[in-house]
Design a protein around this ligand. Structure first.
Ligand SMILES: C[S@@+](CC[C@H](N)C(=O)[O-])C[C@H]1O[C@@H](n2cnc3c(N)ncnc32)[C@H](O)[C@@H]1O
Length: 284
């Protein structure tokens, strides 16, 4: 145990697991014990409490929303990067390109809605915006919005800034790197045209969803890996209901839809299309 780290008994670990599962659907395996110790030790010390048990008692007793949120924020895993699993963005650009062609002759402002569910620090929704604007500049004239949500309020705050360290460009091709602004201070910035498309909101996938949809595409990637099979099935089943008929769902490379896959057909590597059932495309 590192200096300053608080001990975690089996009973305390059991309490932490039960709380984060009940609140966020996150299923912590025994392999996450070290992570729990290092993340919660900081909070326990900052609150000047003697143990993780005392901290959990305090959360239960005070019912402070801020402390409850800090507990969740501490236990999420937020790893992400620009253009992660980039075949998804190529596929989406192809689909949106077809939508643009189909709507060319129609009057009015065509509508496009995309949801990045579990967006972490924003690289995923910004990649969607940057790719689609580069592929189809006419989307600037569309009623086009990207909703980006995450349970972790810290990552939502960071994402809203659209500012990242230059190291985020590592591994990106020069063409992709040129999509970002580089003010020369060690940061990169997402250009305003792309930022303006994305709305960041805190949202727990386990809770009620305030939006009605339908979404033309949903990215829910590397989020359900933290859930158990039952919760995965429930979440993907709910995503199927809020996706437009024939819309696309993109999931992480190691994920599958499990019992939530009824309303989808697999159309590509970790790409699913909503079967056209009795759903409508009426605007929310
Ligand atoms: C590993 S990141 C994935 C980010 C991005 N989708 C990607 O693939 O690069 C997983 C994100 O899921 C979020 N998350 C975990 N449980 C959640 C829940 N119940 N509701 C909403 N977001 C959740 C975490 O906070 C974290 O930011």
């Amino acid at each position: 145990m590192d200096q300053g780290e608080i001990a975690l008994s089996d009973r305390e670990f059991g309490r932490v697991k039960a709380r984060v599962y009940a609140e966020a659907g996150i299923s912590l395996s025994d392999a996450k014990r070290t992570l729990v110790v290092s993340r919660l030790s900081k909070i326990v010390r900052a609150l000047d409490l003697p143990s993780i048990d005392a901290y959990l008692d305090c959360l239960e007793r005070t019912k402070s929303e801020r402390d409850a949120q800090n507990f969740i924020n501490a236990l999420t895993t937020n790893l992400t990067r620009f253009f992660r699993e980039d075949h998804h963005f190529e596929h989406l650009a192809g689909y949106v390109g077809r939508l643009v062609e189909q709507t060319r002759a129609r009057d009015g402002k065509p509508r496009l809605r995309i949801w990045s569910a579990g967006c972490s620090t924003g690289q995923e929704p910004y990649t969607i915006a940057l790719c689609l604007l580069a592929a189809r500049p006419e989307l600037r004239r569309w009623d086009f919005k990207i909703l980006a949500t995450d349970i972790d309020t810290n990552v939502i705050a960071k994402a809203s800034l659209g500012i990242y360290p230059e190291s985020e460009l590592n591994g990106l091709s020069p063409v992709r790197a040129r999509l970002f602004e580089r003010p020369g201070d060690g940061t990169i910035r997402v250009p305003m045209a792309a930022r303006a498309l994305v709305s960041f909101k805190p949202l727990n996938l386990m809770a009620a969803w305030p939006m009605k949809g339908p979404f033309d595409a949903i990215f829910c990637r590397n989020v359900a890996i933290y859930f158990d099979k039952k919760t995965q099935g429930e979440v993907f089943g709910r995503l199927g209901k809020i996706l437009a008929p024939e819309g696309f769902l993109y999931i992480g490379h190691s994920e599958n839809l499990g019992s939530g896959g009824e309303s989808f057909k697999l159309v590509g590597k970790t790409i699913y299309q909503s079967r056209p059932m009795q759903k409508t495309r009426d605007a929310a």
